[in-house]
Design a protein around this ligand. Structure first.
Ligand SMILES: [Zn+2]
Length: 247
């Protein structure tokens, strides 16, 4: 029996911890194998600092964040920060398809078409991942899901209280990460070079945070009114009894 695998594909160190660190920690705690793929070492992320030194520093920060979140596997694509747009989409997608074949994810998470911030690297990763996933899904004969990270302005909902689906509208996965906020703060604080928004002790900072992270289901495509709100960790793969896959 193989544990379910969650593969998250992002562009830079720190793209993971603040947007979706709670979900990664929750998945790991619930028995998923969590694999993070980061395209670059963020070497353009410290203005005025030598890029080689920045890459070393930010890789170290990311490895510490992964340890906080319980991410078991970290893969760098070894691309250069800020340059993803120059790489042919087919080349980037082929790299990701190879990794999907090796890692055999059940769920893949990446940026949505807005790239959260619109950063060109994020948009490139969105396109590559979607392209690779569509090919991978044709090859694998079992249920798979691709989720996009959704904007999080709708997350001001109390811990343990999922909103009615109508109130949320688009997002389909509304993951309560209330039990993992301290880990999320600790992971975010590992990225010291990026001036994390939390400077206090993690327990206190966690009290100020939203309890939810949102995702949109990208594959399989379902009519807008054809799904209900998912409030478990990727509801197609319920925790506990289904966390082991049989194929
Ligand atoms: Zn980024």
């Amino acid at each position: 029996m193989t544990p379910l695998t969650l593969m998250t594909i992002l562009a830079h160190p720190d793209d993971e911890s603040f947007p979706i660190g709670g979900t990664l920690a929750k998945a790991a705690a619930e028995g998923w194998r969590v694999h993070l793929v980061t395209a670059t070492r963020g070497e353009a992320g410290i203005p005025g600092k030598n890029k080689a030194e920045t890459a070393v520093l930010r890789e170290t920060e990311l490895r510490r964040a992964c340890a906080e979140l319980g991410v078991q596997q970290l893969t760098f694509l070894d691309y250069v920060d800020g340059m993803l747009d120059n790489i042919p989409e087919g080349t980037g997608a082929a790299r990701l398809l190879d990794l999907m074949r090796q890692s055999t994810p059940d769920v893949v998470i990446t940026f949505g078409p807005d790239g959260i911030s619109g950063h060109p690297d994020h948009l490139a990763i969105h396109r590559w991942t979607t392209m690779a996933f569509d090919q991978y899904r044709q090859e694998v004969k079992r249920p798979l899901r691709l989720y996009y990270i959704a904007p999080s302005e709708a997350t001001q909902q109390g811990c343990g209280i999922p909103p009615p689906a109508e109130a949320v509208g688009g997002p389909v996965a509304f993951i309560d990460v209330g039990d993992y906020l301290v880990q999320k703060v600790r992971a975010t604080q590992q990225h010291q070079s990026q001036n994390p928004p939390f400077t206090g002790d993690p327990e206190s900072e966690a009290q100020t945070m939203s309890c939810h992270e949102l995702f949109r289901l990208a594959r399989p495509q379902i009519a807008a009114n054809g799904h209900s709100l998912e409030t478990e960790l990727f509801a197609a793969f319920q925790k506990h009894d289904k966390v082991q896959r049989t194929s």
